[in-house]
Design a protein around this ligand. Sequence first.
Ligand code: CMC
Length: 440
Amino acid sequence: MTQNSAAVDKKETVTLTDNSTGRTFELPLISGTVGPKVMDVRSFYGDTGYFTYDPGFTSTGSCESKITYIDGDEGVLLHRGYAIDDLAEHADFMEVSYLLLKGELPTSEQKKKFESDITRHTMVHEQINNFYRGFRRDAHPMAIMCGVVGALSAFYHDSLDIRDPHQRMIASYRLIAKIPTIAAWAYKYSIGQPFVYPKNELSYAENFLHMMFAVPCEEYKVNPVLASAMDKILILHADHEQNASTSTVRLAGSSGANPFACIAAGIASLWGPAHGGANEAVLNMLEQIGSKERIPEFIKRAKDKSDPFRLMGFGHRVYKNYDPRAKVMQRTCHEVLDELGVRDEPLLELAMELERIALEDPYFVEKKLYPNVDFYSGIIFRAMGIPTSMFTVLFAVARTVGWIAQWSEMIEDPAQKIGRPRQLYTGYTHRKFVPLHARG
Ligand code: CMC
C-alpha cells in the first residue's frame, strides 16, 4: 500500500542505436508504484531530432496519475488502491466520488459534509430550462448533454478561474451535482413531460431515478433495489484512467479551458460507439440478432475483416482478460431482473449465450476479447425502463466525477503543459502556388 511520485531510476536505462549513423541514445526508465516501467522520451526529440510515432497511444503514457490503476492482463481495476468489486460491494457512489476526488475514503463526518455540499448544487440555473426548448424533441440526449453542459460556462461565471482552487472545487461540485439533473431533463424533454426538480433528501442515485420517472400528478416512490443497482452502476463507470474521453478532458483542459467546456468535450468523446456509445450499440445488436439460432451468423460476421460489424460490448484496449466491471454488472443484472420479477428475459439469455459462444471461439480466445462493462449494462437499464438513447448519458453521469478528478489532478500537477502531440507528415512538400486562372 504505497504511493509516491514517479521515480527516474538513474541506473536503469534503455539504449537505442540509430543504425544509419551508429549513434546511441540512453533513455531513462521511470517506475510507478505498480505496473510496467515507462521509458522517458521527454527529451528524445531535443536529443535525437526524432519523434516517436504511436497512433492511438497504444504505448504512450500521457501523464502521471495517482487515481486509477488497471492491470489489463489480470483483469484488475483499482481506484486509489481499492478494488472495484470491493467498492461496488461496500461503498456508495458518494464515497467513491470523494475517494476519486480527494484520494481517501471519507469518514462519516466528511461524507455527510460532502453529500450536503453536492446536494446544495443540484438545481440548474432557471434560464437553462429555456435552453432545452431550443432543441428538437427528437434530439439524441447525448447531443443535448454536449450542448447544455458546455453552456454551463455561460451561467456560472464565478467558477471559471481555474487558477483559483476554491473556484475549481465549486465548479467540480456543480458538475457532479447538476449532471443527473441535466441528464434526466434531456429525457423528460424528449418525451414531452415537465422537468422534475431535484429532491435533496434523496441519495444521488435515488434523486436521478426520481427526476427521470416522477411526474407532478402522482407520488413516485423510488424502488430501493433499483436505486442500489443504479448506485452500483455509477460506481462501476466512475473512472477508468486515461481512456479516450478522459484524455479528451485532459487535453482540452491543458490549454486552460474552463471545466464545464472540458467536461462537454469529454461527453462528446464518450458518445462514440467504440467508447461509451457501446452500451446503446450492444442493445441494438442484441435486438438485431433476435434469437439464439442467429448467433453463429453474427459471430461469423464479427470475425470477417471485410465486414465492419463488431461484437459490441466485447474487447478492450487495456483488458486482455474479463473486465472486472462486467462481472459485477452481470450479477447486478440478475438482481435487478429478480427484483422486477422478470423471468427469462430473452435479451439476457441471448447475451449470456452470445458470451458463451464467443468465449469458446478461437478468434475471440486468441485475440483475448472478453465482455466489457457495456455488455450487460444495457439489459439492466432497459429493465429499469430507461430508453436506449439514454444509456450513454448514464455513462456520462457516472464518469463526470472521474473526468473532474483527472482534470483537477492535471491542473494541480506542476509538470503540466499544454498537450501538443506531433505527427508523421506524409503530405506534399512545398509546392509553388498556382493562381486560379492558371489552374487546369
Ligand atoms: N468484435 C470483433 N473483433 C474485434 C472486436 C470486437 N468487438 N474488438 C476487437 N476486435 C479485433 C480487431 O478486429 C483486431 O483484430 P486484428 O488484430 O485481426 O486486426 C483485434 O481484435 C484488436 O482490436 P483493435 O481494434 O486493434 O483493439 P483496440 O484496442 O484498438 O480497440 C475496442 C478496443 C474497445 C475499441 C474494440 O475492442 C471494439 O471496437 N469493441 C467493440 C466496442 C465496445 O464494446 N466498446 C466499449 C469499450 S469498454 C467501455 C468504454 O471504454 O467506453
